[in-house]
Ligand binder design. Structure first.
Ligand code: SF4
Ligand code: SF4
Length: 332
């Protein structure tokens, strides 16, 4: 992330330490709707009842939830956020409150809606691209979406926006697939930063065959990151999280630091599981038995290496170590 944002995050972390807060959010996954214009095989979000798919979160509710949590960063997802009629207003109001905002999108609707947004130093698009043309179109179950996403990225870049990408990998991906798509996004498309994730085994997703196990994930990334490639890619992750993906170290889950707020409330315990909802972030933190979750504690967590559980753990380990802080600062 840009230096200015890293400094802000460091200040936020220092403040939590001074206030002796043990659990606090780094980033909220805000889902102001569940509806989407695609039906990806690996999606665990769109299998909601029809009445819920029609609902849109009011702007005031979205902003109040983020304010209550105190999080410095917000990732707006869904569903497809560009199907929310006031999504631009939600973004504007969060930026006015000095939040760092990422707007996740499959980019199909982006060209039609780009004029509603203005480039801002704390705003970035986060475009979903799971692979090169054939692989991405298979992942989103529609031909032509890769080309639409690439065209939308170029349009947004040309209009002066920061553009990041988010790529999810499945057991059908080889290390060469990982290398090819990251090389393309980094060198050819020239996006600002890239986020990567092993797919989480959503019980509600239509495709139940292609989830990665922990050892498969480690092998996939160990091979993909070999020969110094990891250093050249502009990955939007801390070095320790990438070490974690490669299996060089293990971390405990800290899902309370990247909570999810949707039309249903604060999701317990995380964006991926669904053990009920709390009315406020404070209630979520205080009424969840966090020791019951994470690998080794809950069978549903057994294969999870998702960033919502483990990137905060890597960030906390980084700021607690001078050596790791220097590594993060130089991007290795
Ligand atoms: S684009 Fe995102 S929200 Fe829409 S179906 Fe695909 S994974 Fe789900
Ligand atoms: S390990 Fe953590 S982030 Fe992953 S599913 Fe379990 S609680 Fe959620």
């Amino acid at each position: 992330m840009p230096l200015r944002q890293s400094v802000r995050l460091a200040g936020y972390l220092a403040k939590q330490r001074i206030l002796h807060r043990e659990k606090f959010p780094l980033l909220v996954e805000l889902e102001p709707l569940f509806a989407c214009n695609l039906k990806c095989a690996g999606c665990g979000k769109i299998a909601q009842p029809a009445a819920l798919l029609k609902r849109r979160m009011p702007v005031e509710q979205a902003v109040a939830a983020i304010e209550e949590s105190g999080a410095p960063m917000v990732s707006i997802a869904g569903g497809e956020p560009l199907m929310h009629p006031q999504i631009d207003e939600i973004v504007r109001q969060l930026l006015a409150r000095k939040k760092i905002v990422f707007l996740c999108t499959n980019a199909v609707l982006l060209p039609r809606h780009l004029h509603r947004f203005t480039p801002h130093r704390n705003f970035a698009w986060m475009v979903h691209i799971d692979g090169l043309r054939e692989r991405h179109d298979a992942s989103v179950c529609r031909t032509g979406v890769f080309d639409q996403a690439v065209a939308a990225v170029r349009l947004a870049q040309g209009a002066g926006f920061r553009v990041n990408t988010n790529t999810t990998f499945f057991s059908s991906d080889s290390p060469a697939d990982v290398v090819d798509v990251l090389d393309y996004l980094n060198d050819d498309l020239g996006v600002d930063n890239m986020q990567i994730s092993p797919a989480y085994a959503y019980g509600k997703a239509p495709d139940q065959e292609h989830w990665l196990g922990v050892e498969q994930t480690r092998e996939l990334f160990r091979k993909a990151f070999a020969d110094g490639r990891r250093r050249k890619w502009r990955l939007n992750h801390s070095p320790l999280f990438l070490d974690f993906l490669e299996g060089k170290l293990d971390l405990a889950c800290t899902a309370w630091a990247i909570p999810s707020y949707s039309l249903l409330g604060w999701q317990r315990p995380c964006y991926l599981l669904d053990d009920g909802y709390a009315g406020t972030y404070r209630e979520l933190v205080e009424t969840t038995d966090w020791s019951a979750f994470g690998r080794g504690n809950d069978p549903r967590c057994a294969n999870c290496m998702a960033h919502c559980g483990y990137e905060p753990s890597a960030v906390f380990a980084t700021v607690g170590s001078l050596r790791q802080s220097i590594r993060a600062a130089v991007g290795h």
